[in-house]
Design a protein around this ligand. Structure first.
Ligand SMILES: Nc1ncnc2c1ncn2[C@@H]1O[C@H](COP(=O)(O)OP(=O)(O)OP(=O)(O)O)[C@@H](O)[C@H]1O
Ligand SMILES: [Mg+2]
Length: 322
């Protein structure tokens, strides 16, 4: 094979009965990049990944992975990819370490190399203490980590991760982010799904926002956030404080665009590139003898993205139906 896009999707369709799970989806992923597919429940994220990993057949359109058509050359595709989310491949009676070595050997790694890689990954996922226990004794989070480790035992050309941090504790989540970055830096092309804008923001070079089986927005995290609007600074005053006086003070000292929520005693300011905004706000209010209860920076969330892009929130299928 010559040069090829690691992932190329054109007009992809997957129909389940009356549901168009994927509905004319286009996507091109450049080599070595990390792309996050961001979307609400039922958007078609898992279906897309399953098709790209040859676990489901497309109804229409075309998908090429690692230079091969997923429909006509599934075996070649499989040889070049890793996918997390197949815990069924984990043997309950083997230890975590044995499982990883087995997966490595099935992927044609020499045994010594499989062992080395297994040891590294067990350490990275903080599974050292449990490494030599049968996996049937593992907690849900530990299984999840082992499953992710198994998908990374070789360094595949393309790695698919379906909600890689769901079910992980905050520390494991950070560890997972770090690993994904390292794999990306080492040249692996990664397509991951997430429901969290902050996660996509942390990891992805580009984000595909998916709704009802289609890509409704594409761009770098910064480009998307610019579309949605940046973060805002929220100042909460005690009930006794005069919000209008405080707002006038901030408008004079910092920014004309201060909005007031009288009922909740909150002032909201757009954040800017300049640093020290929080300090300036607190100093200005303090100088005016206005006490402050709380200051928070609220970043745009998935729901803000959806509100802006589609005019509806990122509600689930069930909520929408209800
Ligand atoms: N095997 C299947 N049979 C029938 N319908 C399916 C099947 N798999 C998915 N669907 C439907 O296709 C749509 C997309 O599902 P999919 O699992 O791809 O969404 P998702 O974006 O991964 O959602 P989530 O965030 O909840 O994981 C949903 O309406 C779902 O009910
Ligand atoms: Mg899913």
């Amino acid at each position: 094979m010559g040069e090829h896009e690691p992932i190329l999707v054109e007009g992809l369709v997957k129909v389940y009965g009356k549901t168009r799970a994927v509905d004319g989806l286009d996507l091109v992923v450049a080599k070595g990049s990390v792309v996050a597919v961001l979307g609400p429940n039922g958007a078609g994220k898992t279906t897309l990944i399953r098709i790209l990993a040859t676990l489901a057949k497309p109804t229409g359109g075309r998908a090429m992975v690692a230079g091969y058509d997923v429909a006509s050359h599934p075996a070649q595709v499989r040889r070049n990819i890793g996918i997390a989310g197949q815990s069924e491949s984990i043997d309950e009676y083997l230890t975590g370490r044995q499982n990883l070595v087995m997966v490595g050997e099935l992927s044609r790694l020499p045994r010594s190399e499989a062992k080395l890689r297994a040891a590294t990954l067990l350490g990275r996922f903080e599974l050292n203490d449990a490494a030599d226990r049968p996996t049937k004794t593992y907690s849900g989070g530990m299984r999840r980590k082992l499953d992710l480790a198994a998908s990374m035992i070789t360094q595949p050309e393309v790695l698919f991760l379906d909600e890689p941090t769901t079910g992980l504790d905050p520390r494991a989540r950070m560890g997972m982010w770090q690993l994904i970055r390292e794999l990306g830096d080492a040249g692996t092309t990664i397509l991951l799904t997430t429901q969290y804008l902050d996660e996509a923001d942390q990891l992805a070079h580009n984000i595909a926002v998916v709704d009802s089986g289609k890509v409704i927005a594409w761009g770098s995290p910064d480009q998307l956030k610019t579309q949605v609007g940046g973060a805002v600074l929220e100042v909460t005053l005690p009930a006794t404080a005069d919000t209008e006086v405080a707002a006038a003070l901030l408008r004079g000292a910092i920014s004309k665009s201060v909005t007031v929520d009288q009922r909740r005693h909150k002032l909201t300011l757009p954040t800017t590139e300049e640093t020290g905004l929080v300090t300036k706000v607190i100093r200005a209010l303090d100088a005016g003898d206005i006490p402050v209860d709380d200051v928070t920076v609220r970043r745009p969330a998935l729901d803000d993205v959806f509100m802006t892009l589609t005019g509806h929130g990122a509600e689930t299928d069930k909520e929408a139906a209800a």
